[in-house]
Structures are given as C-alpha cells and as structure tokens.
Design a protein around this ligand. Sequence first.
Ligand SMILES: Cc1cc2nc3c(=O)[nH]c(=O)nc-3n(C[C@H](O)[C@H](O)[C@H](O)COP(=O)(O)OP(=O)(O)OC[C@H]3O[C@@H](n4cnc5c(N)ncnc54)[C@H](O)[C@@H]3O)c2cc1C
Length: 527
Amino acid sequence: MESFDYIVIGGGSAGSAVAGRLAVDGTRRVCLLEAGGRNDNVWIKTPGFMPFIPEKSNYRYETVPQKGLNGRTGYQPRGRGLGGSSAINAMVYIRGNRWDYDNWAAEGCTGWAYDDVLPYFKRAEANERGGDDYHGAGGPLFVSDQTAANPASHAFVEAAAALQLRTNGDFNGERQDGFGLYQVTQRKGERWSAARAYVEPIREQGNFAVRTDTLVEKLIIEGGRVTGVQVRRRGVAESLLARRGVILSAGAFNSPQILMLSGIGPAEHLKAHGIDVVVDRPAVGGNLQDHIDYVSGWETQSDAPIGSTLKGTLRMAAAIVEHRRKRTGVMTTPYAEAGGFWTVMPDSPAPDVQWHFVPAVLEDHGREKVKGHGFSLHACVLRPESRGTVRLGSNDAAAAPVIDPNFLSDERDMAVLRAGVRLSHRIVDTPPLQAFGPTDRHPVDLNDDAALDELIRSRADTVYHPVGTCRMGSDPQAVVDPTLKLNGLEGLWVADASIMPKLVSGNTNAPSIMIGERCADFVMEAE
Ligand SMILES: Cc1cc2nc3c(=O)[nH]c(=O)nc-3n(C[C@H](O)[C@H](O)[C@H](O)COP(=O)(O)OP(=O)(O)OC[C@H]3O[C@@H](n4cnc5c(N)ncnc54)[C@H](O)[C@@H]3O)c2cc1C
C-alpha cells in the first residue's frame, strides 16, 4: 500500500492551500486527491468563458424542493477538478466583514477573530496594488483590478453614488460598506484559481503527489485514528495510508458526505443507510447556510452591455481574439463586475445585503439564453437565519448528497431580501443607469409586500456560498475544534467552507483559502 505523511482530500480552494503549504518546503510526503481532472484548459483560464465551462468541471447539484421557493428545486453548481469551485467561480475577491470573525471568536471559535485571520488573508494574497495594513503583496493568490469593466458597471457605481451611497474602492480594507468595482482573483487577465496559486507551482516536486480523477470513498479508521483513505481511480479500488493524518477539504456538500460514509455523523441517519457508527455527531451535515439571492433584470435600449445581438456577438468574437493574443479586454470580465454592501435593517451590526451587478441579462443562473442587451442586479442576504442540511441519499460516494438549504424558512431573511430588492430598484431608477434605457423584465408593485414576496419566492436562489455543515466550535457537539481537528478522532482535520460556524458577509473563496492556510499551520504545529 502506498503511504504518505499527509493526505489531503479535495483540491479546491481550501485543499489546494493546505496541500501546497504542507508540501512546499519538501520535508513531508503529501498526497492531494481530487475527484475531477486538472482543469488546465482555456475554458477555465479565460474569465469570460465562465458560461461555457465544461460540464465535467461542475457537479451541477440540485437541492430538494424548497418550500420557501414555492416548491422549486434550487441549482447548486460546485467545482470539480483542481481548483474546485475557485476554478468555476466569478473570481470576486471578498473576505467578509470584521464583525463576522469577531463574532465567530465570541461564540467559541477562539483564535478566529478578525485580527487573528487578517495575517492569513495577507499571507495568501498578492494584490497588484501592493501591500498595506490590510493587503498582502507576496502571497500566491493574485488579486487584480479589472481593466475592461463595462460602461454599465461604471454607471452602476455612479447610480449608487447618486443616492448618496458611498463609493468604496476597497471592500477588503478599513470599511466594507459602499459600492464599487470588485477586485478579482486573476493574474494578467487569466483566472487565478487556488490550484494555480498553490498546486501548479510545486506540482513536479518529488514529495508532492497530485492525483486527479481519484474519488475518495471513505476514511480508513483504526482504533480511534484516521490512518488512510479508500479511493476509486478509473474503476479500481485502492487504499492509501497517511502516517501523520488526513485533511478533509471536499467542500460544504462533500465533506459531510465523506464523513457520514465513514461512520461520522448523526447515528440514526447512518444506521438507516446501514453504515456502522464510529462517532455519533449530529452536527455533521447540519447548520447548512447559504446566501439566498434575488436577481433583478432589465433589458436595455443601449447595446453597450454584453448581449447576444449580432453586434454583441461580433464584439465578443473580437474580444476572444484580443484575449488569445494579449490576455486583455472584455474577455477578462468576471461578469459580476461591480457591487456593494449596505445595511437595510436598522439593528444590523454590519452590512446585511450584498449586490452583484452583471452587465448582461441573466436568467436561471445563465442557463437560459436570452436575446438582446441588458443588465442584472443580484441582491443577497448576507447573514441568513435559515438553516438546512446535507444528508446521504445513497452509500455511493459518487452519488450526489441530498441538499436542503431550507431557503427563506426564516421570515427574517425575507424581510432583508425584500428591502434589498427595493434598493436595487432605487439604484437603477437614477440617471446614470436610466441613460441605458432599461425595461424591467419582472415588473412588480414594489410597495406591495405580498406581491414582492411572491415574485421573490418564484425566482430567488443561491449565489453559491454554502457553508457550515462541519461547523467549528469549542462545544463538544461541534464537528471540529478551533484548530480544525475533528472532535472524537485522531489524525483528521477538516478545512474548507464547511467549517464556518456562520456564513461570512461576503463571497466565500478568499475565506476558504484563508481556512486552508490556517489549517496547514495547525497541522504543522501538531507535529
Ligand atoms: C458558480 C460559482 C460562483 C462563485 N463565485 C464566487 C466568487 O465570485 N467569489 C468568491 O469568493 N466565491 C465564489 N464562489 C464560492 C467559492 O468559490 C466557494 O465557496 C469556495 O471555492 C469553496 O471552497 P472549498 O474549499 O470549500 O470547496 P471547493 O473549492 O468546492 O473544493 C472541493 C473539492 O473537493 C473535491 N471533492 C469533492 N468530493 C470528493 C471526493 N469524494 N473525492 C475527491 N475529491 C472530492 C471537489 O471535486 C472539489 O475540487 C462561487 C461558487 C460557484 C460554484
């Protein structure tokens, strides 16, 4: 049997960071196991090809029917292959609010206050603006300003300013609130996934084994200790040994799935699937939180936004040629080019809504092709109260887990979303965006709560930030302790978005990478 010092399961945002940091100095034998492929192709690397990313790089999960969404099932894209979701995401670089991390610490996650995590965000980061009190310049994760944002995205920032909503040039600096263009995880016009940052540069090192197309089926547990993993590669089963430990980084849906398949989870649920219970831990797969999001959309008379008319298509064709030659221009778009954070509820400790402005018409996560030009404005609930679950649907690790975000089950989330959507419309009603001649694609009487709620329930869905299903805490029921070690077993850490006790107020890629960075230190400190 092949053996390593450490095995990292999942080459996504956090797993790439953990594996890269553990392997880089060459003193440990590290194996990174990834179910998907290398993701080394033009569709992944070219930001503007995001809508055309190959299906094999995306699990394309669906939720169970959501009562809060009028019984609809939600779509849950998740990245598959090196880079994980950072290889298919919108590249928006956001860390969340200082309050989020201070609150984690206050609720028992000792050592996770903002001042504790900031050095790790900085260590990860290579911001092209250079380093300062809030930013790193020497890390592996490249963070860039956009150079070809659409005129409509600039107009969005002006529109917010027209309502006296402050403009913010750095959402990850001293203040998060305000509106502006997002910084993106790109380098020289290409997507900079966590794998490009942490794995690719050291891939050829002799102490680092990167195994793609390798599905982890379960952990091998002997005498209260995780000693290895059982995998399947091209149909062949194999066991791999981990002398010092295993780090589970399969993401908010698949990490709890792998734990449950290994006998760690709610005992009754495991027994119902005929799985021997190793650790009865009801919190595994619980506490699922996600950013519920409503996308308002407008068609425009102006053809300046991205669109599918003849002119728009010719412009895109020219942009593809430009990007192939120089890595510049419109194909560097992250689509979610602009946005902002604002507080809509008076008692909120930090901004409670985030906006993403897309200079194109977006329907059904971009899966419905729409003719013409226009723009879309996402509003999402930053700290939702609704809680859901991830459960097993089958004992097959290759099968999708059963995902129930329980969206809008808490009325407080609807109240925030309603206020957020109203502000979306007020922003679009100002002269800078009215200049584009917009027509509302989903008109509603915004003063009528019931009508607005009905529209929201018929169209809202995730903005792709599921977390919390292996929550960290210092209470005995927590899945991992504040050093990310699994409660109740030796030799196992969990490091990915699943460990967040509460969803951060922003996008979740940079926080997941920060979690991976921290986990590498915890693992090394335990040596
Ligand atoms: C469409 C989309 C857009 C997004 N946009 C943004 C954005 O603009 N900005 C932002 O900050 N965040 C964004 N996010 C969210 C962000 O990318 C994720 O929160 C983050 O990447 C999660 O990191 P992770 O390490 O928890 O998991 P992931 O990055 O999802 O990694 C998990 C990895 O584990 C692998 N894996 C799973 N099961 C197994 C198994 N059994 N065996 C082996 N390997 C396995 C997977 O294939 C995957 O590579 C977006 C997400 C999506 C899907």
